[in-house]
Write a protein that binds this ligand. Structure first.
Ligand code: NAD
Length: 383
């Protein structure tokens, strides 16, 4: 078994009674919800910080970064005062900043648990990027820290709030394809070890699973939300060239097959050495839905196939990051249900763990716990 996604102790994070003492610091209020963005890397600078301009209820009110120059530049571009900039050493001082209600964790995966738990202990709600952690133990500790602090923990699964994916879920749920038989997900891209943003992704300790944790997770999560059920078994194989310096500690190409209680099968694949693709397909008894691409930030397309004829289903494109941040703001204000809570992230962690276990056992069938039920179906809750 790979040790990146594994059960290891949560050392030194001190979840406990202190979490409770911070719980009352953020008062119930009205108006826009202030967000601190933690980690100003590619995603934060390219999508999240600009995304606030398209938000209705979420406002950027603070930045957390280890690079004062970068943070200062971004703060001035967004009219934030110097007092709104924190670093990793003084991070816990956010507890005393009433302008921060939500902390958005956009750090490398191995840092998610620590900063999520510190933010919760500071009395803040947390929106955390996927994958939620690098180990099951960390994911569980994040969920229990949110419960202890009586704060919300949402995992940033943008596809749960995105019109194309929602349309696909609704069409599958409606029965219009016939009974769903097969889901196929392909989540692959090229990686570049000289890019610092990929270097940590290619390190098992820091990413928790290479391409699977970065891209494959969209297929794991996608098969579950498309079928609205949980797999009971997985078989997986990997093809990894260990002479490629990128793949010293993580697998490259992984293909897996989930078996679902309804009889449906979901075939997923992921790679860090393939032409970029984020596509999925649902084959029903009578019709086939193809999203190609289906999970990029924009430019996605959804097609309905029947026999040899293809119809494109028109989709209204949105800023997916603004949408999920607004959703989190509505959750904080009590106007929306928590659609992608920590438990949803933990279920994907369990399944990725099972995939890696099957790879380590040369494709042997690994049983997965099919009893998890999502509390809120995005297809119903998100308009
Ligand atoms: P990145 O490497 O570009 O950014 C990470 C930031 O963390 C950098 O600013 C870096 O300086 C900072 N950092 C602080 N301490 C660090 C340390 N010890 N080691 C390395 N970096 C450190 O990564 P990214 O692409 O912005 O991804 C950040 C998170 O967002 C990841 O969890 C990733 O999975 C997730 N992500 C999600 C999506 C999505 O569509 N939802 C897309 C891309 C990334």
């Amino acid at each position: 078994m790979n040790d990146g996604i594994s059960r290891r102790g949560l050392i030194g994070l001190g979840v406990g009674a202190a979490a409770l003492s911070a719980a009352g610091r953020t008062q119930a209020r009205d108006g826009p919800v202030g967000f601190a963005v933690v980690g100003l890397g590619k995603l934060a600078q390219g999508q999240i910080v600009p995304g606030f301009r398209n938000c209705r209820n979420a406002r950027l009110t603070a930045l957390v970064s280890g690079h004062p120059d970068k943070a200062g530049r971004i703060a001035s571009e967004h009219h934030l005062p110097s007092g709104a900039i924190y670093d990793y050493d003084n991070f816990d001082r956010i507890a005393a900043d009433p302008k921060i209600e939500v902390v958005y964790i956009v750090l490398p995966n191995f840092m998610h648990a620590e900063y999520t738990i510190r933010a919760l202990k500071a009395g803040k709600h947390v929106l955390c990027e996927k994958p939620m952690a690098t180990s099951l133990a960390d994911a569980e500790a994040m969920i229990s820290a949110a419960k202890s602090a009586n704060r919300k923990l949402m995992i940033a699964y943008r596809c749960h709030y995105e019109p194309l994916n929602l349309e696909a879920m609704r069409r599958v749920r409606s029965g219009s394809l016939g009974k769903p038989r097969l889901v196929i997900t392909k989540m692959v891209r090229q990686s570049d070890q000289s890019d610092p943003s990929d270097a940590w992704r290619l390190d098992m300790r820091q990413s928790g699973g290479g391409a699977l944790a970065d891209m494959g997770i969209y297929g794991v999560n996608g098969a579950r939300y498309l079928l609205n059920e949980e797999p009971v078994e997985v078989r997986a194989t990997a093809r990894t060239d260990r002479s490629d310096p990128r793949f010293k500690t993580v697998e490259d190409l992984i293909a897996w097959e989930f078996r679902f209680p309804s009889g449906a099968i979901a075939q997923g694949s992921t790679s860090f050495d393939a032409a970029d693709e984020m596509a999925f397909e649902v084959i029903g008894q009578h019709k086939r839905l193809v999203a190609d691409p289906g999970c990029f930030y924009g430019g996605n397309h959804l097609y309905l196939w029947q026999g040899g004829s293809r119809t494109e289903i028109p989709i209204h494109e949105i800023d997916q990051f603004a949408r999920e941040m607004d959703w989190m703001a509505d959750v904080v204000r009590g106007r929306a249900p928590l659609v992608s809570p920590g438990e949803e992230g933990l279920q994907d962690m369990r399944l990725m763990h099972a995939i890696l276990e099957s790879v380590a056992r040369h494709g042997a069938a690994v049983s997965t716990d099919g009893r998890y039920r999502r509390a809120v179906d995005p297809a119903v809750a998100v308009s």
